[in-house]
Design a protein around this ligand. Structure first.
Ligand code: NAD
Ligand code: UDP
Length: 308
């Protein structure tokens, strides 16, 4: 198939391009390189089945493709808060542009949504039926509400225009090609440990997240896209929940670093807890994560060692 991947030069997008090329598809990778980089896709240059297009998703585009994966959007809080109005535009206008194209060329279109649609969740773990607890006017709102509005657009194009959609809600995912300065907790802690700097744990470190290794996530993407039982939304993530303090201790152990843990203020609206309920992914996709946290962290540490 000919497949468009928006955000294809980013962390997840570049792994998705690798996977789709390995499966024998022809890929158009569209990215404005805001948080992504040519380095993430440098190994694909010269591949006759791979084409990179530098383009901003808020401006319309047209490609004759059979599938569209829409991943274009900065994902780490410092990056999406850098230009919050642009972040909302990217989610909302990017969704409209992808959906309009999908309608015209009759492509199946996939939206990379997020566990952030659940906000600071009052239900734990989070099933897809939970409507969330999101602050509409806070620092995280440009991302959370942008992604929520994108989901609304996907379901309205599906109901009104019969566009063939798939919507995934991604929980915290990590692995090689994360941006070393993107401010997310896994990349921050590993880079700090390798440089011998203090590990920054925000707040008291008792807030929880559940971390999925990138290879597991990409397998879930491809399964969701290529089945016809459900359009979603469907949670993909690893149900193994840990506190940020435990994560920092694990990073210190695996890197054998002598760095110290220091506490920094907790950012506004930082969710207290997060863990996916993956019952639907198990049922419809026969999917569950396979890579344990310690193993995934080892691969990620090995990657960052080459970057520092
Ligand atoms: P990333 O920042 O590495 O990748 C995003 C990519 O989109 C980058 O290559 C960036 O340059 C590109 N981009 C941003 N704005 C754009 C625009 N206006 N036009 C064209 N390209 C643009 O982040 P990621 O972790 O790879 O996330 C990919 C997608 O998955 C995002 O939509 C994100 O919201 C979603 N997601 C990721 C996670 C995670 O844990 N990694 C969790 C939930 C959701
Ligand atoms: N965090 C931290 N130290 C850091 C970066 C993040 O303790 O250097 C915390 C952050 O406050 C949050 C958790 O780690 O509670 C996950 O943050 P991240 O930005 O990776 O993802 P998100 O908050 O979007 O889940």
């Amino acid at each position: 198939m000919r497949i468009l991947v928006t955000g294809g030069a980013g962390f997840l997008g570049s792994h998705l391009c690798d996977r789709l090329l390995a499966d024998g598809h022809d890929i158009v990778c569209l990215d404005n390189l805001f948080t992504g980089s040519k380095a993430n896709i440098a190994h694909l240059a010269g591949n006759p089945n791979f084409e990179f297009v530098r383009h901003d998703i808020i401006d319309p585009f047209k490609y004759e493709v059979e599938q569209i994966y829409n991943l274009a959007c900065p994902a780490s809080p410092p990056h999406y808060q850098y230009n919050p109005i642009k972040t909302t535009k990217t989610s909302v206008m990017g969704a409209i542009n992808c959906l309009g194209l999908a309608r015209r060329v009759k492509a199946r279109v996939f939206q990379a949504s997020t566990s952030e649609v659940y906000g600071d969740p009052a239900v734990h773990p989070q099933p897809e039926s939970y409507w969330g607890n999101v602050n509409p006017i806070g620092r995280r709102s440009c991302y959370d509400e942008g992604k929520r509005c994108a989901e609304t657009l996907f379901f309205d194009y599906h109901r009104e225009n019969k566009v063939d959609i798939r919507v995934v809600r991604i929980f915290n995912t990590y692995g090689p090609r994360m941006h070393p300065n993107d401010g997310r907790v896994v990349s921050n802690l590993i880079v700090q440990a390798l440089k011998g700097e203090n590990l920054t744990v925000y707040g008291d470190g008792t807030q929880t997240r559940a971390f999925c290794y990138v290879d597991d996530l990409i397998e879930g993407f491809v399964r969701l896209m290529n089945q016809t039982e459900t359009v979603g939304p469907i949670n993909l993530g690893n149900p193994g929940e840990i506190t940020m303090l435990e994560l920092a201790e694990q990073v210190l152990k695996l890197t054998k670093s002598k760095s110290k843990i220091v506490h920094k203020p907790l950012p506004a609206d930082d969710p207290r807890q997060r863990r996916p309920d993956i019952t639907l992914a198990r049922k419809f996709l026969k999917w569950e994560p396979k890579v344990p946290l310690a193993e995934g962290l080892k691969h990620t540490i090995a990657y960052f060692k080459t970057k520092i």
